[in-house]
Design a protein around this ligand. Structure first.
Ligand code: PPS
Length: 312
């Protein structure tokens, strides 16, 4: 049996650079985002009609990817949707490990005639491809409260067969509270995009709102993308993108991914036994951890106008 690697010690980043995590332009990146890929963002050709789904990891990215994919297909979950994984329909811009040695995700190069191209990214505003500021493609940004993001992220990393992520206490206090997360601090990420929420090409959404009113969220996204969907098409999109349907769907639930031990935790968790996907953090945070986290979030978001729901 191969030995599990411990998670990197983030306090020692200079010495870990180039291994499991690395720092690029002051931001911590995970092993699957290579520095060369990030360098290549300077030359990546954005198209005006591209649509990007952007988020801090674990914020509802896959959900939003599936929604934009369905909207593009007029709400029709036909064979192009049923037989193609969401990560192929809406590929991850900066994912560097799909084919070792390639700089940009080959799936993006493989979709030249696909209009609009639908692309996923976890990049912060300032690390988006340079051409993005010129072409101003549409961006659907999805944000989720840091406490549920934290728990979702911990569960996700626990699934990796190759890593021993350690205890919740270690992860929460050593990484989350110190804001040493891959893709940079959560607050910097969401606030970087929040500052651009009034830009014509940016739609800023929250996971918690989508959970409360999926139909309303889908209508907002369709309007933003300039898609005039019939009521029937919206209803089909709602059904297809519900938690229950996506959890059963191998094209969205990542059950096919060998790198994960799906017995440890499914990609789409039990959350769902709660009224929504909000509030599972209460099952993980101790009273003291919650106090520290609340203080941290309050300090970071103070005066920005950005607030989150923490209850289902
Ligand atoms: S990733 O790996 O960064 O792309 O993860 P991401 O897709 O951003 O986030 C995964 C969480 O989103 C939840 N999810 C959903 N919630 C409600 N409804 C639907 N349809 C849905 N689809 C995915 C998923 O369950 C993960 O949250 P947790 O809390 O871990 O279950």
């Amino acid at each position: 049996m191969s030995e599990k690697k411990s998670m990197p010690d983030y306090s020692d980043l200079e010495f870990k650079a180039g291994s499991d995590v690395h720092v690029w332009d002051g931001v911590i990146y995970p092993w699957f985002v290579h520095a060369k890929t990030l360098d290549a963002m300077a030359d990546f050709k954005v198209r005006t009609d591209d649509v990007y789904v952007v988020s801090f990891p674990k914020s509802g990215t896959t959900w939003t990817q599936e929604i934009v994919s369905l909207i593009k297909n007029n709400g029709e979950p036909d064979n192009t949707i049923k037989n193609k994984h969401v990560e192929e329909r809406v590929p991850h811009l900066e994912m560097s490990t799909a084919v070792p040695g390639t700089i940009l995700y080959p799936r993006i190069a493989a979709m030249p005639e696909d209009k609009p191209r639908l692309i996923k990214s976890h990049l912060s505003y300032q690390h988006m491809p340079k051409d993005f500021l010129v072409k101003k493609p549409k961006i659907v940004y999805i944000a989720r409260n840091y406490k549920d993001v934290s728990v979702s992220g911990y569960s996700f990393l626990r699934m990796y067969k190759a890593f021993d992520i350690g205890s919740w206490k270690e992860f929460c206090e050593g990484i989350l509270m110190r804001e040493m997360t891959p893709y940079g601090p959560w607050a910097a990420h969401v606030l970087g995009w929040w500052q651009h929420r009034h830009d014509d090409n940016v739609l800023f959404l929250k996971y918690e709102d989508l959970k409360k009113d999926l139909r309303g969220g889908i209508v907002r996204i369709a309007d933003f993308l300039g898609k005039d969907l019939s009521d029937d098409a919206i209803t089909k999109t709602v059904e297809h993108c519900s938690f229950e349907t996506m959890k059963k769907n191998p094209m969205t639930n990542f059950t096919g991914l060998d790198a994960f031990d799906h017995k440890v935790a499914p990609f789409m968790r039990k959350v769902l036994q709660l009224a929504g996907g909000t509030g599972d953090w209460k099952n993980w945070f101790t009273v003291a951890q919650n106090e520290t986290m609340t203080k941290l979030i309050d300090e970071r978001l103070y005066g920005t106008g950005l607030v989150f729901d923490y209850d289902p």
